[in-house]
Design a protein around this ligand. Sequence first.
Ligand SMILES: NC(=O)c1ccc[n+]([C@@H]2O[C@H](COP(=O)([O-])OP(=O)(O)OC[C@H]3O[C@@H](n4cnc5c(N)ncnc54)[C@H](O)[C@@H]3O)[C@@H](O)[C@H]2O)c1
Length: 441
Amino acid sequence: MDRYQSFARSGLGRFVVGKLGLPNPHPLRRHSPDEPPLNGPVLIGGGGRLVDAVSAVVKSMGLDLASGHDGAARDERYGALVFDASGIDSVERLRELHEFFQPVIRSLGPCGRVVVFGTPPEQAESQIAQRALEGFTRSVGKELKRGGTAQLVYVEPGGEGAIESTVRFLLSGRSAYVSGQVVRIGSADVEAPADWDRPLAGKVALVTGAARGIGAAIAEVLGRDGATAVCLDVPAQGDELSAVANRVGGTALQLDITAPDAPARIVEHLVQRHGGVDVVVHNAGITRDRTLGRMDAGRWDAVVAVNLASQERVNEALLAADALRPNGRVVGVSSIAGIAGNVGQTNYATTKAGVIGMVDSLSRRVAGRATVNAVAPGFIETKMTAAVPLVIREAGRRMNSLAQGGLPVDVAEAIAWFAHPASAGVNGNVVRVCGQSLLGA
Ligand SMILES: NC(=O)c1ccc[n+]([C@@H]2O[C@H](COP(=O)([O-])OP(=O)(O)OC[C@H]3O[C@@H](n4cnc5c(N)ncnc54)[C@H](O)[C@@H]3O)[C@@H](O)[C@H]2O)c1
């Protein structure tokens, strides 16, 4: 809990916050192995082709299915409200959204989930009706209080068997800071892992920039999920890097990803030490902020080299050496600045939009044998954001539906979902981990 949050929850704070209509951030419920994924039963509605598949996943997660709102006890709080809108084939039928959600939305418990399933508009009978679902879910996300989130998941016809890893992510504390997002799932052959708690067992994951911040959290979460994490960072961060690698039971690789021989050294390390790699997370990133008129070429070049050029070179080297194993994963780290733009960040936003371009192009190129996706974090509590001046920092932290900053683990959990072996149908997505930030929305 940050300081404002503690204040807002104190006796005086509650009074002041209520009177002035200030943001009132609810503590988010995050994943814990000892707790159920959600705090209540799941109510499923709608009548599309996904109802059975979603119900089966909910049951296999150990969650209770609510039998219907009328049968529910009056004071019951739902853990999630899920609606299968994939069969909505006319504008008139959008009314079914209202019919399902209106009576029950206020019975959604704290940190509850709203998930709407649809058919990708371009493949749907009514493109208009399916596209309309976006406005609905994004608005619900803005209306939910107390840590609730809302997402839309478009599932391609034929992708019904590829949804489990996504449903598990969205209907749990793993997606605590993800809201207002649109996810696309394609058809893919998906094998369920032997153990859903350690889906990455036997997999090797490269994480760049792993010595601290978000990168360290990524290495930890992928390690928790069973992967051997190859933790990469610059030699100057050697001690911190070793500490992270030891903590997660992985290995450390000290090098500067912008060095001319970096791609070759990475490939050599992965092939010789591990026989290849399954998951590549391009997390290393830097900022060198200045408004454009004051930005020297050095600042421009440094940011482009670390945040974008090196990633392209590493990808090409891995593909050329055939070092990315079948059912491989490439995950980029973009930023909401790459979507919305930001004052003083022409260089940074260029690279972060470029990461989205990398997802678009590479995901098509490797479709069927690997997936390529990216997270776009919003305001995450790290050293990077702690260095931002107070007033701007406080604005960035509160200007989202959850009225708080995210934690590095929130970004890491989204990456672990992309990395999941059962996420073969999740390809070409850019998912924001931003609490539904107002920037670029
Ligand atoms: N913190 C946020 O709010 C936020 C928001 C959006 C996006 N991001 C992105 O998330 C990623 C991680 O951010 P963070 O906040 O943890 O930053 P951070 O500065 O705490 O960590 C970045 C790590 O990358 C390493 N690194 C930098 N240049 C490198 C190089 N040439 N070779 C190898 N390693 C290098 C650094 O040594 C550092 O350990 C970055 O790509 C950043 O742009 C962060």
